[in-house]
Design a protein around this ligand. Structure first.
Ligand SMILES: Nc1nc2c(ncn2[C@@H]2O[C@H](COP(=O)(O)OP(=O)(O)OP(=O)(O)O)[C@@H](O)[C@H]2O)c(=O)[nH]1
Length: 687
């Protein structure tokens, strides 16, 4: 807009210049018209002057001058042939009477009383009279008179000649006027003396008085001039006029009239050409300005607005892509793109965070309904794949012994050992997250295989002050690993809480499953434990040993020392068994005076050794009640092992029971099932 406003003065100047040129062209046209009329006047004057010279020569022609009596003969016979330019030649006496004439005498009738005739006599020189129109000949003429002087220089007579001057066609050709143009002569009385062309016969009439040119010329003081007026024929014309004669009784005007359209054609063509040129230039400038505005402003603004609209509609990737442009809009676009980048990353971050929160919540819900640790581990794996996609990881749980961590589940291919000691992991040692950047020189955990160095993070699974395991995560981008630390910690916390709850529940369950007399686990719990342990051992290809124990001659003991003493003995055996067991072992009261010991992860021979120790411990027990010693007792023990003696816990339990029965044959001894299988079978058959 400012650009266009700046163009206005230039445009105004151009139009003003065109107008000035147009006016100059018009002035030039008027000047040309005036030149033409002057030319015509010159030609006409020349004709008159020639005619006057001729008439003067005729009057002074010696034979004519000297022989007064022969003058009329001479005039009639010789002059018409000699002076054909004159339509009428007459000889008048000094008193004005016409002596003789070659034509229409009426033309010069009453000549003696005219000022013209008097002037000829006075001046004694050739002169011209008024311009007149001969209605008979339909022709304008001018009377020329010259005195015929005698040898004494007296005026003998006056030679008169009438000169027709309607030959404007020749003048028109001389002036090179167009056929639409008119040349005309009129006098101050309004007489239309001559007109070329004259198709309507205006010559001899006074129709000129109805034309504006007549009145304009009359009122003008100038001898010549130009006027733009409506002609008598209704055509607007450029008139140029000049005075042919200025006499007291008659002023004669010669005028030309060129149609305005023709007269100013050049001027109009020039201004039209100028206007077309300026218009074209203006259009070109406007086009260039428009294109420049489009290129510089509109297109960029449109792109910016479009990008904003797309962003508003939720298209996070919408960008202007105009950061390269160095102008103000380019800077605005760069700022917009930077803002969109920031917004997109924040929104994506929020979305990611929201997804993580949703996944964690879902995981927590799923874990709440887990009945077993294995179910928890399955959930851990499922959600680890979702929360840490494409990243290797593993979950270790503290072994029941509390001595080491064992790999319980993993995803993708983490570079870790299947088990490790607490001192091999910095997270386990410090009790808090330990994150390692591959590029750093931080100490590595021993359970992580290196080289090559990797970015990894170990997160302890802490619950109620107890470390239940380690969550291990790897990532090829250290920054991403750092970003995910809060999620990993929440993940570990949920898992740890769930595991702790499960263990607490199991503990309560165990307490509900204890035998009231001995405090050992009861038979029902033992069977549940055996079921769980055999499943685990089956998966891990590990072994479970079962020791069945029976007190020898317990009935006799009861009978000898009383039932209360029998109870005391049962409590003493239970205490001894509990003290002898490791954390992962289970000591149960199977029923009556029978006990069962379950040893997870223990092979047959090791279990037999433990059984032998139990036997020896019992044998060396000092059982007393109320200060009274109750004597020595012994126990018999049968040992069997999963899976070599049965693929179910019932089968192994039965095998251990068979081994016990075999031990009972002689009492106070340990029998391994496999070792004496044939004998046991025999005994069984015998029973
Ligand atoms: N005091 C006491 N006695 C019990 C309890 N439960 C079972 N008994 C007794 O334990 C005895 C078991 O006797 P038996 O099955 O003949 O076994 P035993 O006398 O040890 O003989 P062997 O096993 O062959 O050495 C029975 O007399 C039961 O009454 C208990 O809770 N308290």
């Amino acid at each position: 807009m400012i650009f266009l406003l700046a163009l206005l003065p230039a445009l105004g100047l151009a139009i003003f210049n065109s107008h000035v040129q147009y006016e100059n062209q018009k002035a030039h046209s008027r000047e040309s018209a005036l030149r033409v009329v002057r030319l015509l006047k010159g030609a006409h004057t020349q004709i008159i002057d020639d005619a006057k010279s001729l008439v003067k020569s005729m009057a002074q022609f010696p034979p004519f001058r000297d022989q007064a009596a022969q003058r009329c003969n001479f005039l009639r016979k010789s002059f018409p042939q000699m002076f054909q330019r004159f339509s009428d030649i007459a000889l008048a006496a000094p008193d004005g009477n016409i002596l003789c004439s070659t034509g229409n005498i009426d033309r010069v009738a009453m000549l003696g009383s005219t000022p013209f005739f008097s002037e000829l006599l006075t001046r004694r020189d050739v002169g011209t009279g008024a311009y007149r129109f001969d209605p008979m000949l339909a022709s304008p003429y001018v009377l020329i008179g010259a005195p015929v002087l005698s040898r004494e220089n007296d005026v003998d007579a006056i030679l008169l000649a009438t000169l027709d001057f309607s030959a404007f066609e020749a003048l028109q050709l001389t002036a090179q006027l167009s056929s639409d143009s008119v040349i005309f002569v009129f006098d101050s009385s309004g007489l239309f003396l001559a007109r070329y062309p004259d198709p309507e016969g205006w010559e001899g009439t006074n129709r000129i008085t109805k034309a504006a040119i007549f009145h304009a010329v009359q009122s003008s003081l100038a001898d010549e001039g130009t006027l733009d007026l409506l002609g008598a024929d209704g055509v607007p014309r450029l008139f140029a006029y000049t005075k042919l004669r200025k006499a007291p009784g008659q002023t004669v005007y010669l005028a030309t009239g060129v149609p305005v359209a023709l007269a100013y054609a050049n001027a109009r063509q020039d201004i039209v050409a100028d206007l077309i040129t300026y218009g074209g230039l203006l259009l070109l400038v406007l086009l260039i300005a428009w294109a420049a505005v489009q290129a510089l402003v509109s297109r960029k603004l449109r792109r910016l607005v479009q990008s904003a609209g797309r962003l508003q509609a939720g298209e996070l990737g919408a960008r202007t892509g105009m950061q390269g442009a160095g102008d103000e809009i380019g800077k605005l676009a760069a700022a917009f793109d930077a803002m969109a980048d920031s917004m997109e990353s924040r929104i994506l971050e929020l979305q990611r965070h929201g997804n993580e929160m949703r996944d964690l919540k879902e995981m927590s819900d799923a874990m709440q309904v887990c009945a077993t640790q294995d179910e928890v581990l399955a959930i851990v794996r499922q959600f680890a794949l979702r929360l840490f996609p494409d990243q290797p990881g593993a979950l270790y749980l503290t072994h029941a012994s509390g001595d080491f961590f064992e790999l319980r589940t993993h995803w993708h291919e983490p570079v870790v050992n299947s088990e490790f000691l607490p001192q091999d992991c910095w997270a386990a040692r410090r009790g808090k997250v330990y994150r390692v950047d591959a590029a750093s020189n931080q100490p590595r955990c021993h359970h992580v295989h290196t080289p090559p160095p990797i970015n990894y993070m170990c997160v302890p699974l802490m619950a109620q002050g107890e470390m239940l395991g380690i969550l291990h995560l790897e990532n090829d981008q250290a920054a991403r690993l750092a970003d995910e630390q809060p999620v990993a910690m929440a993940f570990a916390e949920h898992t740890a809480l769930t595991l702790a709850n499960l263990r607490l529940r199991d503990k309560l369950h165990v307490q509900a499953m204890r035998d009231g007399l001995t405090g050992l686990l009861n038979r029902r719990f033992m069977e549940e434990s055996l079921l769980r342990e055999t499943r685990h051992a089956r998966r891990n290809h590990s072994q479970i040993a079962i020791i069945m124990i029976d007190i020898d001659h317990f009935k006799r003991f009861n009978d000898t020392f009383g039932h209360a003493a029998g109870d005391a003995l049962l409590r003493a055996i239970g205490k001894m068994l509990q003290e002898a067991m490791r954390g992962s072992d289970l000591a149960c009261r199977y029923g009556g005076e029978e006990f069962t010991v379950i040893l997870p992860g223990t092979p047959l021979q090791a279990a037999a050794t433990i059984a032998e120790k139990l036997r020896e411990s019992t044998q060396s027990m000092e059982v007393a009640m109320e200060g009274q010693a109750l004597g020595k007792i012994t126990i018999s023990l049968g040992v069997a092992c999963f899976p070599e003696h049965g693929d179910t816990y019932e089968a192994v339990l039965h095998a251990a029971d068979l081994a016990l029965m075999h031990a009972k044959q002689t009492r106070n001894r340990v029998v391994k099932y496999a070792q004496d299988e044939l004998e046991i079978r025999r005994q069984t058959q015998r029973r």
